[in-house]
Structure formats: C-alpha cells, structure tokens
Design a protein around this ligand. Structure first.
Ligand code: HEC
Length: 415
C-alpha cells in the first residue's frame, strides 16, 4: 500500500492472507439434492409474494406462472439480496405478528439457490402458480355494511398541499358499533394519507373525540379484535384528514371508506393510544439522531397492535415495555423504517400489560446525504405536517381489562 501511494513499483503484489475458507453447506446441500420449482419454490412465492404480485394486487407485475418467475428472476434475486422484498420492516426476533411477510433464512436460501441454478420445472405436473391465482375482491373483507364516499379532490400538478379537513354527518339513524374498516385509495400517485376522526360537540365547538380509521401506503383493511369495536353515536360527525403530495401531473382522487358493523354491542371499546412528541430537533447531516418518549399505562390493558410513524428521514422505531415487576420486553422493533410501507403491526398473541407499566417508543432519524430519501440533509428538521418535515408519532390499539364498552373518549394521550 505504501509503495502504491508513493507511486513506486510494487515489489510483492500478491501476498497470502491468513483466514479460514468460507463454506456454504446449505447451498451445497441444495445443489446435491436439487430444489424443485413445484415443491420448494412455488409454495414460498405463493405465501410471501403472489398476494401482491397478481392481477389486481399492488405489485407492479404478476408472478402467475413459471415463465413469469424466470422472466423476473434477475430482479427477484436482487430484491431478495438487498431485502427490499417482501416488504416487511419488523425485526423477526421480537414479537410475532399476523400477516407477517418476513422470509425465514431458509426460505431466502431456497429462493436464491434456485434462482442461481437452471430454474427448471417438471413439465409433467401442473404449474402450481397457474393453479393458484388469487382473486382480488373489490373489498378484501367482503361487501361493507356502509360505504362512505370521501368527497372528490382535484390535486394540482405541483406545489405543496396543506392537510385538508372535511367534516361529514354520520350516515346512520342510530348509534352503531364499528368492527372493522377498509379505506380504498382512489389515486395512490398522490394520496399520502387519510385519517377518519370522530368529532363531538363541546361548548359549541366540534372536538376530536376518537380515531376511527386510517390509511397510508402499505396499509390494508383492519378488522378490530374480536369483541371490541368503536362506537359512533348520534349527533357525532366524522372528520376526514386528507393529505396529498403533488406528482407533476394534475390528478383527481376519489377515495372511499367501507365500514363493517357489529350486529350487537361488543364487550369492549377499542382504544387508540398516541405517543407523540414535537420537541425534537434533528441536526443537519446527522445520520443517527435518536429520541425517546415514555408513557405510563394507567390501567390493566390488552395490547393488540402498534403503528410507528415518521417521515422520509425516519430510520428506526421501537416499542418496549417495562412491567411493574421491572421485567423489560421489546414489543416491536422496526430497524429499517420505510416511509413507503407503513403498517399497523398486529400481535399474533395480544399482550396483557398491567397498569403501572411504562411504555417507551425509541425513534431514530437519518438526516445524512446517505439516506437517499432525504429531501435536504443541510437542514435542521423538527415536527411538521409535510413529508419534508418530520414526525414522532406512534399509535397503539388496546382494550381496557376492567372496563366494559364505554362511550368515554377513546384517546389516551401520553402523560
Ligand atoms: C405487500 C405487497 C408485496 C409483496 C408481498 C411482495 N411485493 Fe414485490 N413489489 C411490491 C410493490 C408495490 C412493488 C413496486 C414498488 C417497489 O419496488 O417497492 C414491488 C416490486 C418488486 C420487484 C421489482 C423491483 C423493481 O425495482 O422494479 C420485484 C422483483 C419484486 N417486487 C419481487 C418480489 C418477491 C420475490 C416477493 C416475495 C418474496 C415480493 N416481491 C413480495 C409489492 C409486494
């Protein structure tokens, strides 16, 4: 190295290095035994890819046959290696989640080793992908009990759009309990998010009393946990918060919200807890700026799901709990937060958390130029509605053990 830097002839250009040889026993085994498209590969594609990569799904192409898989094989190899696909940001070491798309190490190896080989298939049997093409229904959870059209919006080609807030009367002539919802985005090119709040009149003012539904890219329909629901009472209103991001051409959006209703009142109210903080200031160029916020859980609760939210500089978010007996547990860790894939992570096994426990959310942002999504690394960044500003906004959904369903406010803001 010294010779090279000094521009001298290099006396000894090759030297032996000390180290151990790398072996790839799983790859060798896969090569020896042979992986089959039908038995080994197609089942993984069917559970982890085809749900989106099919006609009517959100993936940009359909993995609907062996021929299609071979055609996309190089790109598939790349996205499997850099872990862009399947899109699932939660660390599989913490918590178990419904509808997890995460690939196990073994599944990833099977796909990569098969893609690296001859990619043959057994012509004497039917192609499993052709036999199992998913049908995407207009509403994934079935026909809603009530479809609420959200007023159509025209979005200019360029510029920054403030949040729009649209109030709407409830379309019911009695109190109803909502057990699930599906927000169907009209135009995903420009729609950044939709939140449906519940408004109630207090001292002559309409105030937000609860959270009903939300949509952001990556989110699907929600079925509330069994025996829980969100009450919509006569005299209340809905408020839709709509946020659009312009995309270079004029666009129109007409989104819809489908509501599914309980026939009889459920046992519990589903609450939304919010842990938010607007006090952070992310320094320019900082690649790993951290901020945490805690809240005390007041009563015994059952936790169902968690939803991390930051913007384009968001890097990692984590939920952890310290129980009254001092034991600590990480509930959800998203080490590779991605603004394009926002999810409500639903626990496979809902967790009972005793009153007096402390819930902490840790966030980290990447305001360096190495973050390719970063709109401007030279700026100090604080809280703001727009994606070029940031947020620390984590929500979680729970029922209260002692309480019946109640008409009290659903929100429980951090202390
Ligand atoms: C939750 C839906 C979803 C799942 C599941 C999913 N994809 Fe995708 N995939 C997408 C979307 C949306 C895009 C386009 C946007 C993007 O590239 O992020 C995409 C893009 C791709 C691309 C093209 C990348 C590019 O830059 O052109 C490949 C290849 C791909 N996916 C392979 C896979 C494979 C293989 C799996 C399963 C192991 C998988 N996907 C699972 C939604 C999904």
């Amino acid at each position: 190295m010294e010779s090279l830097l000094a521009g001298r002839t290099i006396d000894e250009p090759i030297v032996d290095t000390v180290g151990c040889r790398l072996t790839f026993p799983v790859r060798d085994k896969h090569q020896k035994d042979g992986l089959t498209y039908e038995k080994d590969v197609a089942p993984i594609l069917m559970t982890k890819c085809v749900g989106c990569h099919s006609k009517g799904g959100i993936g940009p192409f359909a993995l609907s046959s062996h021929r299609k898989v071979v055609g996309w094989s190089e790109m598939m190899e790349e996205v499997l290696l850099n872990r862009r696909m399947p899109p699932w940001q939660a660390d599989p070491h913490y918590g178990r989640f419904q509808h997890s798309l995460s690939l196990t190490a073994e599944e990833r190896q099977v796909l990569l080793h098969w893609l690296g080989g001859s990619m043959d298939r057994d012509q004497s049997v039917e192609d499993p992908l052709e036999q199992n093409i998913p049908v995407h229904k207009e509403w994934a959870l079935g026909t809603p009990d009530q479809v609420i059209p959200i007023p159509e919006q025209t979005i200019a080609a360029t510029g920054i759009m403030d949040y729009l807030h649209i109030q709407m009367d409830l379309p019911f002539d009695q109190d109803v309990w909502v057990k699930g919802y599906d927000i169907r985005p009209g135009n995903t090119k420009v729609l950044h998010h939709i939140i449906a709040y519940i408004l109630e009149m207090h001292d002559g003012q309409w105030e937000r009393r609860g959270f009903l539904a939300g949509y952001a890219p990556g989110m699907g329909p929600e079925e509330f946990p069994l025996n829980s629901g969100v009450l919509l009472k006569q005299g209340q209103k809905l408020e839709f918060e709509l946020h659009y991001t312009t995309c270079g051409t004029p666009e129109v959006d007409q989104s819809q919200m489908g509501l599914y209703l309980h026939k009889t009142a459920p046992e519990k109210t589903l609450h939304t807890g919010i842990i938010m903080d607007d006090s952070f200031r992310i320094p320019p160029q900082d690649g790993n700026f951290k901020h945490s916020r805690t809240t005390r859980i007041k009563q015994d609760i059952v936790l169902y799901s968690m939803n991390p939210h930051m913007h384009l500089r968001g890097k990692a978010m984590r939920f952890r709990v310290k129980m009254p007996d001092k034991s600590e547990q990480i509930l959800l860790s998203v080490p590779d937060y991605n603004f394009n894939w926002q999810r409500n992570y639903r626990l496979t096994d809902p967790l009972r958390i005793p009153g007096g426990s402390v819930l902490t959310v840790d966030a980290a942002w990447d305001n360096s130029p190495l973050n390719t999504a970063n709109p401007d690394p030279s700026r100090q960044v604080g809280w703001g509605d727009q994606s070029f500003d940031e947020m620390f906004f984590a929500t979680y959904h729970f029922t209260v053990e002692a309480a019946e369903n109640s008409s009290k406010s659903q929100f429980s803001l951090a202390d």
